[in-house]
Design a protein around this ligand. Structure first.
Ligand SMILES: Nc1nc2c(ncn2[C@@H]2O[C@H](COP(=O)(O)OP(=O)(O)OP(=O)(O)O)[C@@H](O)[C@H]2O)c(=O)[nH]1
Ligand SMILES: [Mg+2]
Length: 810
């Protein structure tokens, strides 16, 4: 039936979607199914509402207050059904006012206007934002405390009721509202179990959890879970409210929402060491110096002695203030550890054990430790032996950062040269481990990556780098001066007595180990001398023959060219200086940084399906082999690494180092041995490896002088023979020779890797000193990670067919 039009012609009426129906009572023969009952509509009882006053929240924001719907209205029943009120809720207890609260939202908001008895939809533009507050169980509409203005609504006795403690809040988002009103959906929107109502929060936001990710629900009280997921949207402004209000108004409302008493965490939903908290305990917890961050309802454990705090069954996530009178005594299995090692009567988790091992705390014999708030370890039964404060150990904070373990709150902003990256959720991080033999170039690649991905050096870091460069420069000078003097003709290479004295003094200072302390001041005093020293004919003559000096590191050339500038007090190291400087990360053999990729031109040519999410975070951990311990036993700390980058210097084939007994070992063979050890380490079982063949620029030079066969592993390298008759091999071209050598070495490692793991090794050709080259290698690493996600079991690649896939950016 079409609507009866009183004032308009049918043709003018736009809304043909409105349908009416009528029903008559069935009076036919009996049927086997239930016949729908028609409930007659009593026109007089259709609810009406009208704006009775304007409630002001602030000077420039007022919201219309709507007249309550009268008791026993059919609409009330309809609404309660839509909102799935349980029958007890719908039946009105005399004084309790259960309020459903929602903000007049959605582009079509509900207009319960005036007394004409019509309910219609109007455009938002035509009306003020409506706040429809609560149909309570007695059928009243009104404000709840969250707007904190119930006083202003005097005159309405129902409003007074809202001050009762026993209020019910509901999340009602725009979708629910509009759909409830347009009778499209209903059932799934709101759940109203009585206890949950007591605890549920009052929100202006939509019902969906902000990040769309819910925490693990098993073994979690459904009540806690519900409360937690609702809490996530507190203070988050729904889209529509943003459209309706100005920024500051919306912000103010959201602030009200957060501070509203009803929205505070119900203490009985926060369990600490198995016991729900009281109001007082929650207060203690919230107001202590270092409270738990973003506390939500849930089950937690708390170690009162040390302040460690975590979710039940999980490793610690924070260190809060110690000695708080909160919760019961801690349970041995609070964090679900299985290490047999206890800290303050809690069995610790595997990662915590790794942290202790890294800190070189002896964990043999299943010790039980007492750990103080300050981080002092004491073994039970050994009263006098107190191990130094764990937080004073070098590198420990870095270790915690990549193990995602908490550090003490007061040291969250550390000083000194330790860079502690911001803690990120483990699950979103892709972890890359960069490792290689001595001088393979790992720290150069690490520093280069820092520059490429804009992980800036702090002022403190720059300062310590500056001292390091200045002092290592000072180390070079005497070497340069001392060595040739003995072996070369005196008249040409010897220096004058004054400079000799200076050089001797430097050497003395170096031996005393005080160079870094003395040098900044010394550089000011001696800067003219350094300049003179440098310009000295003898030194220059020596410098010109620097290639003959084993003792002179290659990088010395770079710094010697800048000698005068570096020895100035106001010298600021450039990025290039930092890149070339050695020993910057050597204090603990461990460096760690987080980065993400910026968009590159390469990416824009990619198929959108292949493009990689730029918000992905990566963590690069560089570890020096000396920190891996005997037989690389500390590698087990890195079990959650996603990709191992193994770095090899291509020039190692003719270089030697000394083994433990003082015998020379070819460095390439040494690197091969370490590679085998790491690849076969149980921690890295089934992990992907990317081999970084580094220092290609140097290989190009070196291969002209020294054949690759110098290393016995490469004795069958024969670049003259070409299996492909079509290839125009040009062996006089050294670049191509270096490339051939690179391919050959890559295949050697691939063969080795395959024999050890039956898997494919990825290879990347790199020149660590070139940013694009390093960037290329990391982008390749990113692709490998992506393939790993798509097909977790990597198929074996047939490298023997002659095809070798490499990422080459040199
Ligand atoms: N020419 C050239 N030099 C490089 C390259 N990569 C590293 N180097 C130099 O090789 C030397 C050793 O590099 P590092 O990055 O310090 O090596 P490492 O792996 O950190 O080794 P440790 O110092 O033992 O920790 C440094 O002098 C670097 O400047 C490269 O690709 N080309
Ligand atoms: Mg280094």
């Amino acid at each position: 039936m079409l609507p009866i039009s009183s004032s308009k012609n049918l043709e003018d009426d736009e809304d043909y979607s409105v349908e009416y129906s009528f029903a008559v009572e069935y009076s036919g023969p009996p049927v086997s199914y239930n016949i729908p009952q028609a409930v007659p509509v009593d026109i007089d009882r259709i609810p009406t509402a009208s704006v009775v006053s304007m409630a002001s929240i602030s000077s420039n924001l007022s919201l219309p207050v709507i007249q309550p719907i009268t008791k026993g209205d059919p609409l009330k029943k309809k609404l309660s059904k839509k909102f799935k009120l349980s029958s007890e809720d719908a039946v009105s207890p005399k004084s309790a006012s259960h309020s459903i609260e929602f903000v007049g939202i959605s582009c079509k908001s509900m207009n319960l206007s005036g007394r004409s008895g019509e309910i219609g939809l109007v455009d938002v533009d035509e009306c003020m934002p409506k706040v429809l507050h609560g149909v309570d169980s007695s059928g009243t509409l009104g404000f709840s405390d969250s707007l904190d203005n119930s006083q202003e609504l005097s005159g309405s006795s129902e409003v007074e009721d809202l001050k009762d403690d026993d209020k019910e809040g509901w999340d009602l988002g725009e979708e629910e509202l509009s759909s409830a009103l347009s009778s499209k959906i209903g059932e799934e929107s709101i759940d109203g179990s009585p206890r949950a109502n007591r605890a549920s929060s009052v929100t202006f936001g939509g019902p969906e959890s902000s990040d769309g990710v819910h925490e693990q629900t098993d073994h979690v009280d459904p009540e806690i879970f519900k409360e937690k997921s609702k809490r996530g949207i507190l203070g988050k402004c729904p889209r529509v409210l943003r459209k309706l209000l100005t920024d500051s108004e919306a912000k103010q409302i959201m602030r009200f929402e957060i501070s509203c008493e009803l929205n505070q965490i119900p203490p009985w939903l926060v369990y600490v060491n198995g016991k729900p908290l009281s109001h007082e305990e929650l207060d203690v917890l919230r107001t202590c110096q270092y409270p738990p961050k973003k506390l939500k309802p849930g089950k937690y454990w708390y170690d009162k002695v040390s302040g460690y705090w975590g979710k039940e069954g999980q490793k610690p996530c924070q260190i809060i203030s110690a000695q708080l009178a909160v919760g019961d005594a801690i349970d041995l299995k609070a964090s679900n550890g299985n290490t047999n090692i206890r800290i303050n009567n809690r069995e610790i988790t595997k990662v915590e054990l790794r942290m202790l091992q890294w800190a070189r705390i002896n964990c043999e014999g299943r010790p039980h430790f007492w750990v103080s708030e300050a981080g002092c370890y004491q073994e039970e039964g050994q009263k006098n032996v107190i191990i130094e404060r764990i937080w004073d150990k070098t590198g420990i904070k870095l270790v915690c950062a990549f193990l995602s373990l908490p550090i003490p709150p007061e040291s969250a902003n550390p000083s000194g040269d330790e860079v502690v990256p911001k803690y990120s959720e483990q699950k979103t991080l892709n972890k890359l481990l960069l490792v290689g033999c001595n001088k393979s170039g790992t720290s150069t690649i690490f520093k280069q990556a820092r520059m490429v991905y804009n992980v800036h050096f702090s002022d403190e870091e720059r300062q310590s780098i500056k001292l390091r460069i200045q002092s290592s420069f000072a180390e070079i000078n005497p070497v340069l001066q001392g060595v040739p003097v003995r072996s070369m003709k005196k008249n040409r290479y010897s220096i004058g007595p004054r400079l000799k004295a200076f050089s001797d003094w430097l050497q003395q200072v170096m031996m005393s180990g005080n160079l870094e302390v003395i040098f900044p001041a010394a550089s000011r005093v001696y800067q003219p001398l350094v300049e003179e020293f440098w310009n000295d004919r003898a030194l220059q003559a020596t410098y010109n023959r620097r290639n003959e000096l084993d003792t002179l590191p290659r990088l010395a050339s770079y710094f010697l060219d800048r000698a005068v500038e570096i020895s100035r007090t106001d010298y600021e190291p450039s990025d290039m200086d930092i890149l070339y400087a050695e020993g910057i990360h050597s204090s603990n053999g461990l460096s760690c940084m987080e980065f993400s990729f910026s968009e590159s031109t390469q990416d824009s040519f990619m198929d959108p399906a292949d493009q990689i999410d730029l918000s992905q975070r990566y963590q690069l951990i560089r570890v020096h082999t000396s920190s891996l311990g005997e037989n690389c036993k500390w590698l087990e700390m890195f079990e959650d690494i996603n990709l191992v980058l193994y770095c090899v210097s291509l020039t190692d084939y003719d270089q030697f180092s000394e083994d433990a007994n003082g015998f020379p070992v070819n460095k390439m063979l040494e690197s091969k041995k370490l590679f085998e050890r790491i690849v076969t380490h149980p921690t890295f079982h089934q992990k992907n490896f990317l081999l970084i063949l580094n220092k290609f620029d140097l290989l190009e030079e070196q291969i002209k002088q020294v054949p690759l066969t110098q290393c016995e592993w490469f004795d069958d390298f024969n670049p003259v023979i070409s299996h492909n008759p079509n290839s125009t091999s040009n062996n006089s071209n050294n670049t191509s020779l270096a490339h051939r050598a690179f391919y050959y070495i890559a295949v050697k490692f691939k063969t080795l890797f395959y024999s050890l793991t039956r898997r494919k090794l990825y290879v990347s050709l790199v020149t660590g000193l070139e940013p694009d080259s390093v960037d290329g290698a990391f982008r390749y690493a990113r692709e490998i990670l992506k393939w790993g996600e798509e097909k977790p079991i990597v198929t074996v690649h047939d490298w023997s067919s002659g095809s070798i896939e490499v990422s080459s950016s040199s």
